[in-house]
Design a protein around this ligand. Structure first.
Ligand SMILES: Cc1ncc(COP(=O)(O)O)c(C=O)c1O
Ligand SMILES: Nc1ccccc1C(=O)C[C@H](N)C(=O)O
Length: 406
């Protein structure tokens, strides 16, 4: 770099740093950062594991020492343990555009994908023996779909989300899609794809792992049939926190879970030999809930009090726009290729940059205090959680990235 070039870069850098400061000062969500336990690392991996909300350790301590340690068995009732899956489901519901009574928390996302897909095929009924799955999906969804297809006697057709409308037909039973692609960060058109699946007389299952807590989903508004998602990314529930299952109210009576455990029985303590499903979202339950993780999640969700998802979306787009601008200013042209769509309506809350030495670059970035992640074979992934990431973080991340790529 010539002296003049270095001067220009420094000027540009200080201009962007000043802009970052102003953007942070004007940010309505700025105060939310204090609700999290953070250090001086720029944490851009909340799309893999959300940061720890400060309220969680104390709550978990109470659950362990008092609820478990002192109340013991009484806590199933007195501490609200038994009803936690539906209570916490109702806490998540507004974040994904669902009215109460349609979301139940429990099990992993993978297990809920299984329940939802097999449940969808069973609802579709005779003559519909084809299952479409997003060919670019996070692998677990593809594995589960393959097994669900085999078990239900369906043929599995992997297609890209864009190919779905053309692939639908009168044999399609169900379609499994991702709202935001885990690798590229592409946001798919949930309203249009849902409408297309319905026009073909089939059922749609949406995986919301990378959208819930980052952008409005509108499940009820768009008539989604079934949806699943994890709670450890933008919902900050903690490592391995339980996932959730949404079953649209009008379908609940017909939802025939392939995992009908005693927790979804109409009368669990009746200890009857025959299975009779509980009404409502409860039907999505299986066995005894994982109380420690579940109540940590419940505490974590308190950070959402008074936070509209629309404000989160607006900040998320501003953060990713600003990151793209800083990367364009600092990183030599051609060194990375952005694989995340630029139009807002096609972008989730992450930026994915492709470069041949991505694995190595991410290791060095982490050493320098900027934490994103690497996704094989060549993607640098940066997730922006609007509740705790600020604009100065974004500017610093792009600056350190440029230095690392040099
Ligand atoms: C889209 C998507 N689906 C599913 C999963 C994971 O499922 P599970 O919670 O069962 O590990 C992830 C990430 O872990 C994901 O990104
Ligand atoms: N659950 C995990 C456990 C360990 C490491 C990563 C994850 C992830 O969630 C990865 C994420 N789903 C992704 O989009 O890559």
């Amino acid at each position: 770099m010539s002296e003049r070039e270095a001067e220009l870069a420094a000027e540009l850098g200080s201009e962007l740093a000043v802009r970052a400061e102003k953007l942070d000062a004007a940010d309505e969500l700025r105060g939310k950062r204090d609700a999290f336990v953070l250090d001086d690392v720029v944490y851009l991996d909340g799309n893999s594991l959300g940061a720890l909300p400060a309220v969680v350790p104390g709550r978990v301590e109470d659950v362990v020492r008092r609820q478990w340690g002192e109340l013991r068995i009484r806590s199933w009732e007195e501490s609200g343990w038994w009803t936690a899956p539906e209570r916490i489901g109702d806490r998540i519901a507004p974040l994904i555009g669902a009215a109460p009574g349609q979301v139940v928390v429990g099990d992993s996302t993978s297990v809920n994908v299984f329940k939802a897909l097999v449940g969808a095929v069973r609802m579709a009924g005779e003559g519909r023996d084809e299952l479409l799955v997003d060919a670019t999906t996070f692998p677990t969804d593809g594995y589960i779909a393959e097994s669900a297809a085999r078990m239900t006697g369906c043929a599995l057709r992997p297609v890209t989300p864009g190919e779905v409308p053309g692939a639908l037909g009168d044999r399609t039973a169900a379609v499994l899609l991702n709202h935001v692609d885990y690798r590229t960060g592409r946001l798919h058109d949930l309203p249009a794809l849902t409408a297309a699946v319905h026009a073909a007389g089939a059922y749609v299952v949406w995986d919301l792992c990378h959208s819930a807590g980052a952008l409005p989903v509108g499940l009820d508004e768009h008539g989604v049939d079934l949806a699943v998602g994890c709670t450890y990314k933008y919902l900050n529930g903690g490592p391995g926190s339980p996932a959730y299952l949404y079953v649209r109210r009008e379908l609940q009576d017909r939802f025939d879970s392939p995992l009908p455990g005693w927790n979804s029985h109409a009368e669990p303590f009746g200890m009857r030999a025959g299975y009779e499903p509980a009404p409502g979202a409860l039907r999505g339950r299986v066995g005894t809930p994982d109380i420690l993780s579940m109540l940590a999640l419940e505490a974590a969700l308190e950070v959402w009090d008074g936070v509209p998802v629309e404000a989160v979306r607006a900040k998320s787009l501003a953060l990713t726009d600003f990151f793209l601008e800083c990367v364009a200013a600092y990183v030599p042209e051609g060194r990375v290729e952005c694989v995340t769509p630029v139009p807002h309506e096609e972008r989730g809350s992450q930026i994915a940059l492709r470069c041949h030495d991505a694995s190595d670059v991410m290791k060095r970035l982490v050493e320098r205090g900027v934490v994103g992640d690497f996704r094989a074979p060549d993607v640098l992934r940066f997730g922006f959680t609007p509740l705790y990431v600020g604009f100065a973080d974004v500017e610093r991340a792009a600056r350190v990235l440029a230095r690392t790529l040099a």
